[in-house]
Design a protein around this ligand. Sequence first.
Ligand code: ADP
Length: 558
Amino acid sequence: MSGECILIIDDSQEMASHLGEQLLPAFGFRTIQATNGQTGLQIIREQKPDLVMLDLNLPRMTGLDVLQALTAEALDVPVILMTGYGSEKSAIDAFRLGIKDYLVKPFTVEEVLEIIDRALLETRLRHDKERLIVQLRRAEADTRRQLSELNLFLSAGKELLMLKQADAILQYCLSMALRLTNAEMSAIWLPDPETDKLLAYMHGDEVQRRPEFDLPANAMLIGGVYQTGLPFHDAVFSGEGLQLLPGLMARAALLVPLTLRQKVVGVLGVTNKIAPQAFSEREQLMLASLADYTAIALHNAALGQAYESGPANRPLDMFDTQTVMTVSHDLRAPLNSIVGFVDMLSQTTPLNEQQELFLRHIADSAERMMRLVDSLLDLARLDSGLPEARQLCNLTAILADVTMDLRGKALANEIQLVVDTGPDLRPVEGNAARLTQAISNLVDNALKFSPAGGTVRITLTCEGKTMQVRVSDQGRGIDEQYLPHIFDRFFRIENDPNVGGFGLGLTLARSITEAHGGRVTVESRVGQGSTFVMHLPAYMGSELLPSARSASARSASA
Ligand code: ADP
């Protein structure tokens, strides 16, 4: 039983105390007793019981009079009428006046409980429904908030990784830290390579260096996070609050490490000085991920700067395998947490159409970033010169695979995809999955930049000792000034984020071709189209060509 309140209106003291003091409390009900109709009505008006057990034969105001008064005053409460033997006719009148049920005295315990249960069913269902609606409303508001936080968090990650200047990265990180946690102040401490100090940067219109808040790397709290890599999370609402540094007080503080390659490279903190508001676990999680992104972005900016400031300062290879692999690994952590969040949200919360769309958008963006990470890993592997499985590859079969994969895209863009093969073709010695990837990138670009109604033609020929894969389109072409750069890493002519790509497709195609002892050339005219040609050394041996389709080659290299 669920502790519902039952009012017993009965002039028989014996009946009232049997029901009200013994039987019903024993089954978990609260009870109120009234010995006449007037008092009963008053209690109904004031205390709104969940159920009324009403005796028919009351002095002065009878049970039927009470029912009439309830109807007249529109008091909506379920009523069980208690009648003596032979009063069934009155019970019929009482049904007309809206009673839920009636009991004939004397009754058994089972009868009473069964009838009460039945009479309360509707009320219970209504209460359940009301509770559910409140819960659903709360869950919906919660989902909305989480979704917008997640979106903000995701765009923060993307935005940070695109920034090239340390100042801009710090500025963005500090303002995003405030937005993600609703904090009043945000600050970053970064180690000074020259001294043993942590240098303080705080949020303002522009990022502000605040030497007065610099501190030794082993100082309390902030230094502690720097030394141990463990976050600090506390709130003190009495007295003056927490002292983070001499002259820096807060009511609530959240400090997280900036970590790169398992090494702490700084501390990011947010505080509330005025609002008596502690930070939540979720805010800690988001701040930690923001710190991860910031550490990667700062690292990339430092590498980029070293690269631009000339060969003397350039690291041996800015994209050395180890760096890219570690950075990619570090990138995967926040990305995985996004994917996890999205999964959790879609599984645990009922979502409306708009929220589902929103969530799909987030999942797509995360997937896009995963693709970027994978491309970087591919480049790192190719750069490292690590050996990859090699076999004799039939380029005709590879072209068949590429066109099969991209036929859907061609169809959707209303572009005709044509393959021409010349005579006397020879195999090439190489990795079929990589060759498929390189040709795919060229054909994918051709489709991407072709107008509807155009044709993309792939021609496979053998020119002496060279196999040539020629991919021609009738698209917008490439301005002469850009041609020397289009194979560079991250080079993109357009800034339109709707045109997918990271500026790595051609870099990969060239790296793969070069790893096979070949080269890629391009001819292009603005407004007329482009032709990319992969030149690959033909296999001139006499060994029989394996009939392997590239699909099997793909799995061999995966
Ligand atoms: P993404 O993966 O971003 O497309 P790519 O490295 O494949 O990057 O290409 C670099 C740039 O070269 C693209 O941004 C695009 O502007 C240009 N480009 C590549 N292929 C073509 C093409 N077939 N027609 C016109 N422009 C092209």
